[in-house]
Design a protein. Structure first.
Length: 207
């Protein structure tokens, strides 16, 4: 199992140069089919736009980019450079241009596409998909406050919590801290066995 960085949600940005508007979207995707669907939706929503430049990267090595009729290298490549520079995968950037009637030249175009995409991308929350363990555990009420501190120290996430005779918890722990966390929990609870189920997963942790 191997994790990667991506962006959490869709973000937008905008830049204007000599009456041309450049509207940017950056968002997570799971496949080429989804990328093309998103691109089609943006085109339909912006029927008056002249160009819809894009770039996307998928975990597994697929990379696609397009200048969509702009001079070669002025749009798609700069957008791809933003994605690869951030080392994110399963992510896409689209920049829609509404032409303002004044030619910008290749340098001006490239700068405008970068500015619009950067305005969107700087708002993106980067999240990391990492190897982790999902555990079902039971914690006595009297120990929960101390256990909760330990969870935070080890970067663990409480995905679900139910209150019964004890507190039933679904816990997601980074693989690199899982062993330490459960060793310290065992010491805290004087050797009591608390884990009923554990499985290896991939999980998105905030970077």
């Amino acid at each position: 199992m191997k994790g990667y960085l991506t962006i959490a949600d869709k973000v937008t940005g905008e830049y204007e140069e000599k009456k041309s508007r450049f509207i940017a979207w950056a968002f997570p995707i799971e496949s080429e089919e989804e990328a093309l669907k998103r691109l089609s939706e943006i085109k339909k929503a912006n029927v008056g736009a002249r160009h819809n430049v894009f770039a996307y990267r998928l975990n597994g090595g697929i990379e696609r980019q397009s200048d969509d009729g702009e001079p070669s290298g002025t749009g798609g490549r700069p957008l791809m450079d933003i994605l690869s520079g951030a080392d994110v995968y399963n992510a896409m950037i689209v920049v829609t241009r509404y032409f303002g009637g004044i030619l910008l030249g290749t340098g001006g175009l490239k700068r405008a596409y970068i500015q619009a995409a950067a305005d969107a991308f700087k708002k993106a929350q980067i999240i990391k998909q990492s190897e982790a363990y999902k555990s079902e555990i039971k914690i006595p009420y009297s120990f929960y406050d101390r256990a909760e501190i330990l969870f935070r120290e080890k970067g663990a996430v409480v995905a679900e919590k139910n209150f019964g005779e004890q507190i039933d918890i679904t816990l997601i722990t980074p693989a690199e801290t899982d062993g330490e966390l459960f060793a310290e929990l065992k010491e805290l609870l004087s050797g009591t066995e608390i884990c009923s189920k554990k499985e290896e997963i991939l999980y998105f942790f905030k970077k």
